[in-house]
Design a protein around this ligand. Sequence first.
Ligand SMILES: [Zn+2]
Length: 319
Amino acid sequence: MNAHRAWTCVLLAHVAIANAATWSPATIPLNATQVGPRSWYVEGRLEDASKDNQGFMSNAGFVITDEGVVVFDALGTPALGDLLVQEIRRHTAQPIRRVIISHYHADHFYGVAALRAAGAEVWAHVKAERYLRSDNAQTRLAERRQSLGPWLGSDFALARPDRWLSTDESFELGGVRFSLQHVGPGHAPEDLVMLVEPDGVLYSGDIVYAGRVPFVGDADTRAWLGAIERLLKIPARVLVPGHGPASRSPRDELQLTHEYLIYLRKEMARAVADFVPFAEAYARIDWRRFAVVPTFKAANRNNAYNIYLQMEGEALHGK
Ligand SMILES: [Zn+2]
């Protein structure tokens, strides 16, 4: 490198620092796994977000074409978004064109600022608009500032997409066909999934939690079952879930979440119908089939309680 170029690089480096993000860099290892000729993903830990995992507890995917990269989900902090960009850069110099957000939960979209800074246009389904205006969004943000503050940075804000989608959409980039399907309401009203057609890789977001008990929260479980049934119709050879490892038997993974939700709904509906209080019903239920699944201990009781309340609601409203 000649002296002039070296000096230019130093200057550019300074400009980069002047514009640098306000977040602390994430240091957790993040390595992509290839799941198709063009398709990759990074797998977060099967844990709740914590200082220890720096918020890396959800998955994100990326697809490399000859005309650029399409990313699926942005991870849980801008610092992690940065790590994802760096990881993509280890595999390709193609520009990052677009990031599709599966749903507006903190662990899937808080990293968007880093991808946007890398040049990506952000797409999401319009049903997320309501969440962004909700108190829930603010409550979650306050909690994440506590738990992951340094990696969010001081000027963190909930990012709106550049483009709201309101219908299913297919597009082509570098000769690769992508199909985006709105399968919500399921885990969230806005659930979007992405099929990379030539690779047969389906990025499902949180409709499926591979190898773990899902987090039900306030999700409408009847709608969620409907979304799983819609997913079962998509011809995929590989499934990349929102959490947990990719699977080469998508049907089995879908069935696990499907069976778990059906079981909870059935048991809780019975308890509600017989006027059995929740704690008593919970203690009586045979959980052996699901107790071996990771995160069962952490998630199951809350899930069961939320579904108990839902079944009460459904019984009351005769739904
Ligand atoms: Zn998630």
